[in-house]
Design a protein around this ligand. Structure first.
Ligand SMILES: Cc1ncc(COP(=O)(O)O)c(C=O)c1O
Length: 383
């Protein structure tokens, strides 16, 4: 049976070039970067070079603004808990936080835990009809004790690109008028094809993940702008500028930097390919016997995504059928779809009925038109 993958938002296959770059650091160059001898220094050099590459791509001012972690989930935990713990425990302020209701669970669950512990006040912003978070509403909801705003860059289910520079501008306007700064974090785990220049975006904290960009699993980063107060959540030795202890995963860091370098160099090429694939896919929907509605805002979304509503079939029916035909798709973020729950993002934008009958297709650099043809032949039979 054919095996076709339309779930590149869940994860991506690692590139050959990435594996090749990583290989020496598993065996021959296996040193611990904290060791003073040659083996250690060789490993440390690999980390330094990787961090330097990433610094240039993200346009950060300092190497120490890039903190390697194990996952986007960990980066989000460090960003939010790090700031909240600092204000709650050291400054004795109960912080207020503004977040959207359509963040990834690695943001929403961190916040829910902090609420349960009584450490924060939270305002949840609902998306507008176009699935955008209104920047003005961020500003309007700022309170005296607001310390952190966290809004994702690209939505993991719809692909919507949020207005990060605009939100940043409004926060900075408020910051100019007050003593206690409001920090701005964005989860950019799905934004590898967008502009990742932290200065253009105007963020203080940014999460990026390796396995979404053809790098290895088990490695991610948090950009932490100089001066951002953060308490570490993993204590130990002094790795990662004392913000995240534990011997560095040298091969994974090397692989992550290589993957980011490749995707940055090939961004235009990949975007062109995805544009063509998404256009072709959309045309094909017209061949189906029922009218499919598009949940993804086409004019303002990552080209990787297409979230569609199928009026006569549930997400589960569609997913199970397609799986039986060797086609991998998803109804939402990977962890949520494992639980077989309807997409909470589609729910918040379009309501219950639509959330139960929608599917997320996500494309990659290797997606082919023939794969789209095969999918539609299957869909035509099923619907
Ligand atoms: C926007 C976003 N943030 C965070 C994550 C979590 O990534 P990981 O499971 O690799 O920690 C994902 C994964 O789907 C995501 O899409």
């Amino acid at each position: 049976m054919k095996k076709i993958y339309f779930d590149f938002a869940a994860t991506t296959p690692m590139r050959k070039e990435v594996l090749e770059a990583m290989k020496p650091y598993f065996q021959k160059k296996f040193g611990n970067p904290s060791s003073l001898h040659f083996f250690g220094q060789e490993a440390l050099k690999a980390i330094d070079e990787s961090r330097e590459k990433i610094k240039n791509i993200l346009n950060t001012d300092f190497l120490r603004e890039i903190i390697f972690t194990s996952s986007a989930t960990e980066s989000n935990n460090l960003a939010i808990k790090g700031i909240i713990f600092y204000y709650y425990f050291l400054k004795k302020i109960k912080p207020h936080l503004i977040v959207s209701s359509i963040e990834h669970p690695s943001i929403l669950e961190v916040i829910s835990d902090l609420i349960d512990l009584g450490l924060i006040e939270v305002t949840y912003l609902k998306p507008e009809k176009d699935s955008l978070i209104d920047p003005q509403k961020v500003k309007d909801n700022i309170k005296e004790n607001t310390i952190l705003v966290t809004i994702h860059y690209v939505n993991s289910e719809l692909g919507t690109i949020q207005k990060i520079p605009e939100i940043s501008k409004l926060i900075q306007e408020v910051n100019q008028l007050r003593k206690e700064k409001i920090y701005f974090h964005t989860d950019a785990a799905q934004a590898s094809l967008e502009n990742l220049d932290v200065k253009n975006l105007g963020v203080d904290l940014m999460t990026l993940s390796s396995h979404k960009i053809y790098g290895p699993k088990g490695i991610a980063l948090l950009y932490v702008k100089k001066g951002t107060p953060l308490l570490r959540i993993i204590s130990g030795s002094q790795q990662e500028y004392s913000l995240r202890a534990g011997t560095e995963a040298v091969p994974l860091i090397v692989g992550f930097a290589k993957a980011l370098e490749l995707i940055s160099q090939e961004k235009e090429q990949i975007r062109n390919h995805l544009k063509e694939i998404r256009g072709y896919f959309l045309n094909k929907t017209k061949e189906l016997p029922e009218k499919i509605l598009i949940n993804t805002p086409l004019e303002n979304s990552s080209l990787k995504f297409l979230n569609l509503y199928f009026p006569t079939k549930t997400s589960q029916e569609l997913m199970l059928y397609l799986d039986s035909q060797g086609i991998a798709v998803s109804s939402g973020t990977a962890c949520q779809s494992r639980a077989n729950e309807p997409s909470y993002v589609v729910y918040d934008v379009y309501g219950k009925e639509r959330s139960e009958r929608s599917l997320r297709f996500s494309f990659g650099r290797e997606t082919k038109k023939e794969e789209v043809d095969y999918l539609f032949n299957c869909l035509k039979k099923f619907i």
